[in-house]
Design a protein around this ligand. Structure first.
Ligand SMILES: Cc1ncc(COP(=O)(O)O)c(C=O)c1O
Length: 468
């Protein structure tokens, strides 16, 4: 089924496509020299930015200087080293709120986007009447919310994707506007797909809210290359990981919670740092009345200041400049890939997603085909890229919905498979169902140069006119 390049059958047209001009080329080439030359020194061509960003040298330097020149203690005290840590954590929280214009939000530090989503799952007041609406394009960390909902007796449903991997708008509108008297309705979707790169329309958020839904926006794949202004679009909950934005530090994410929805999240337990007062002789405690309520134990106070350094780094470059750079990189890659064809005129790669790339970020997912139109297994492509030190990602990217849509797998097939197995893996189900599942994903970022894309394009050309 699916996909994309209509020009696929018109090789001559693709050949004639002029090359796309890369935006801000001089600026980003200079930035590479200053900040990312370690990639070149180590011989890497890194094309997995949706997996994780790459840090700039100055981010590390600034963070290590900060650690070397100061002494930090556990922030839960009033002693000087503790106060110092407390102040830097506070400054970082403020920088995050300013970066996203999230003035009406609490910023809760988490380990990553998944643990931010877990807070919502664990604390959202799901009950027997609750509805959870998910998008078939969700990452598994969002899909997992359905377990919390079902465990409380609620129900969930999915909005399908169309063949071009955009939202089935008619279906979503119908689902959002169905009458219901419950106040526990949660709609969770990604601002940008981690597989197709499709940026879903954020106007669904106010529409859903008007219909009584709370909205969780998974912004993990969106914020590394796009501006998010939470003074304009105001989901109730937003999840993200900072290493995806600027590579360092790993292990820190956040959940942004709209202030009026804060008390709607019911914390089912308490831990150190989350209470104002707790007692042992009575079964009583008073929870903290701000972000601390959800930050269990000690936050990662040595790494958190590196988030502010990362945000300053992005601010210096400018997220709008990054955004237009990424758009031109991905347009260049998309157009050049279309031109690589076997002697038969057939494309070497089949790319997934909409033909109109205007609302698609810096991620392109594809499969490789030989001259006889036989698909290569994604793993063999990754293996061959590995030998050339090209870092790409392959598989189903923790997003089974998009894989099932792309491969046109029926619900009944999947249901039968799950019912008849005690345990299984992604590989096993692919073999047994006879569908070649999975794909190859290329994603670009701030340190990507034309040279890197050309190196990857040369790699793709190696498959021209080859058979398996
Ligand atoms: C869209 C999206 N959501 C959530 C996640 C989970 O992020 P993390 O692994 O940092 O928790 C990812 C990770 O790739 C993602 O791409």
């Amino acid at each position: 089924m699916a996909v994309v390049c209509k020009v696929q059958d018109n090789a001559r047209l693709a050949e004639q496509n002029p090359s796309v001009e890369l935006k801000h080329d001089q600026f980003f080439n200079q930035l590479f020299e200053q900040e990312y030359s370690h990639l070149e020194q180590q011989g890497h061509t890194y094309l997995d930015y949706t997996g994780g960003g790459i840090y700039g040298a100055s981010q590390l330097q600034k963070h290590f200087e900060l650690l070397k020149q100061n002494t930090f203690g556990n922030p839960h005290s009033t002693n000087p080293t503790s106060q110092h840590a407390t102040n830097l954590v506070k400054d970082t929280r403020k920088a995050i709120i300013e970066y996203f214009s999230a003035y009406d939000y609490y910023c809760i530090f988490t380990q990553n986007a998944s643990s931010a989503i877990k807070i919502v799952g664990e604390c959202y007041p799901f009950n027997e009447k609750s509805q959870l609406l998910l998008l078939a394009d969700n990452h598994n960390s969002v899909n997992g919310l359905r377990s919390y909902c079902c465990n409380k007796g609620g129900t969930y449903e999915y909005t399908d994707l169309q063949e071009d991997l955009t939202i089935n708008r008619l279906q979503l509108r119908t689902q959002l506007t169905q009458p219901n008297n419950t106040h526990q309705r949660l709609f969770a979707f990604p601002a940008q797909s981690n597989v197709s790169g499709v940026k879903h329309n954020l106007d669904w958020i106010p529409l859903a809210q008007r219909e009584g839904w709370d909205v969780l926006l998974d912004a993990a794949a969106f914020v590394p290359t796009s501006p998010l202004d939470l003074s304009i679009i105001q989901p109730d909950f937003v999840s993200l990981s900072f290493y995806k934005m600027f590579g360092y530090p790993t292990g820190i994410g956040c959940l942004l919670v709209k202030k009026p929805k804060f008390d709607k999240l019911i914390k089912p337990w308490f831990a150190g740092g989350t209470v104002r007062l707790a007692s042992v002789r009575t079964n009583r405690h008073f929870l903290a009345d701000n972000h601390e309520r959800f930050e269990n134990g000690t936050v990662d106070y040595l790494s958190i200041p590196a988030v502010k350094i990362g945000l300053d780094f992005i601010n210096q470059i400018g997220i709008e400049r990054i955004n237009s750079r990424i758009a031109s990189l991905s347009e260049y890659l998309y157009c050049e890939l279309q031109k690589i064809r076997h002697i038969t005129g057939q494309s070497v790669v089949q790319m997934y997603g909409p033909e109109n790339r205007k609302e698609v970020g810096g991620t392109i997912t594809m499969n490789f085909y030989d001259a006889l139109r036989k698909r290569y297994h994604f793993q063999s492509i990754e293996d061959q890229a590995n030998k050339r030190s090209i870092s790409i990602r392959s598989g189903c990217f923790c997003n089974p919905g998009i894989d099932e849509t792309q491969q046109n797998i029926y619900t009944t097939e999947l249901e039968d498979y799950f019912v008849s197995h005690q345990e299984s893996s992604y590989q096993e189900i692919a073999t047994q169902l006879g569908h070649v599942r999975g794909a190859v994903r290329i994603s670009v970022g701030v340190a990507t140069r034309k040279k890197d894309l050309d190196y990857f394009l040369d790699f793709v050309r190696l498959f021209k006119n080859k058979t398996q």
